[in-house]
Design a protein around this ligand. Structure first.
Ligand code: 9D3
Length: 225
C-alpha cells in the first residue's frame, strides 16, 4: 500500500510509525509512506499557505490553491482523505475499508481550518479521530496509518491476527491475566487455572458482555456491517 501525506509539518513523520508492527511494515516495503510539505506547492515569495477568513473571525484558513496543486500531482489513484474535526468518526469498519485500497492520500489540516472548497471539490472523504480538539491533522493521520497498516497483508506478525478480532466486533475484550497466579494478594480468577476450555470460553464471553454493557453500551446498540 502507498500512503501519501500532505502536511505543514513533514518532520513529524514517520515519527512513532517507525516502531513495532508499523515500522516493520514500512521497512519491508509493504507500506510506502511519502510525505509532502504543503509549502512546496506555493509559488509566492513568502510561501503563503494560509489567509484571513472571508467574513472575518479569529485565526487563519488554509488556502485552496497549494492543496489542489499538491493533490493533482499525486502518484496514486486512491481516495483523497481530509483529516478534520468535521469528518466521520474513524472506526474499525472504516479502517478495514481503507485498508482495501492500493493508495491513500491524506491531507492534514492546521490553524482554524481549511478552505471549504477543498472538502467540497477535491476530497473524497473527511475523517475525524474523535470528539476532542487537537492542534492539527498530523496525529490523526498517524492514527489512521497505524490502524490501516496493521491490516495490510504481511505487516502483522503472529502476535495478533486480524481474524482474532472478528470474535465479536461489538464487544470489548475479556480481562487477560498472566503469571504469577497470586500477585500482591490479588489472585487470577480460578476458572482460568482450571483447564476447562469450554468453561473458560463461557467466562470470557460473559466478562466481555458485562464489561461492554457497563463501559460502552453504545457498542451493543450498534448494528454490525
Ligand atoms: C480551536 C479551533 N476550533 C474551533 C472550536 C476548530 C478546530 C480547527 C482545527 C479544531 C481543531 C483543529 C485541528 N484538528 C484537526 O485538524 C483534526 C482533528 C481534531 O482536532 N480532533 C479529532 N480528529 C481530528 S482530524 C483533524
Amino acid at each position: 500500500m502507498n500512503i501519501e501525506v500532505l502536511t505543514l509539518f513533514p518532520e513529524q513523520f514517520p515519527g512513532p510509525l517507525t516502531a513495532g508492527v508499523t515500522g516493520r511494515g514500512l521497512a519491508a516495503g509493504r507500506v510506502n509512506l511519502r510525505v509532502h510539505n504543503l509549502r512546496d506547492y506555493t509559488h509566492d515569495r513568502h510561501r503563503q499557505v494560509d489567509d484571513v477568513p472571508y467574513g472575518g473571525g479569529a485565526g487563519m484558513v488554509l488556502k485552496p490553491e497549494p492543496i489542489f496543486e499538491a493533490v493533482r500531482a499525486r502518484a496514486g489513484k486512491g481516495p483523497v482523505i481530509l483529516l478534520t474535526p468535521q469528518g466521520e468518526l474513524l472506526n474499525q469498519e472504516l479502517v478495514r475499508e481503507l485498508a482495501g485500497y492500493d493508495d491513500l492520500y491524506l491531507i492534514c489540516g492546521r490553524y482554524e481550518g481549511v478552505d471549504e472548497r477543498v472538502a467540497t471539490h477535491l476530497v473524497d472523504r473527511e475523517v475525524s479521530v474523535g470528539d476532542y480538539v487537537l492542534t492539527g491533522g498530523e496525529l490523526p493521520a498517524m492514527v489512521l496509518i497505524d490502524a490501516v497498516c496493521r491490516l495490510v497483508a504481511g505487516v502483522l506478525g503472529s502476535e495478533a491476527s486480524p481474524k482474532d478480532e472478528s470474535f465479536d466486533q461489538r464487544l470489548l475484550e475479556y480481562p487477560h491475566y498472566t503469571r504469577p497466579a497470586l500477585f500482591e494478594g490479588h489472585p487470577v480468577p480460578e476458572v482460568l487455572l482450571s483447564g476447562h476450555h469450554a468453561e473458560i470460553e463461557r467466562w470470557r464471553r460473559s466478562q466481555a458482555v458485562e464489561r461492554t454493557r457497563r463501559r460502552r453500551p453504545d457498542l451493543l446498540d450498534r448494528q454490525q456491517g
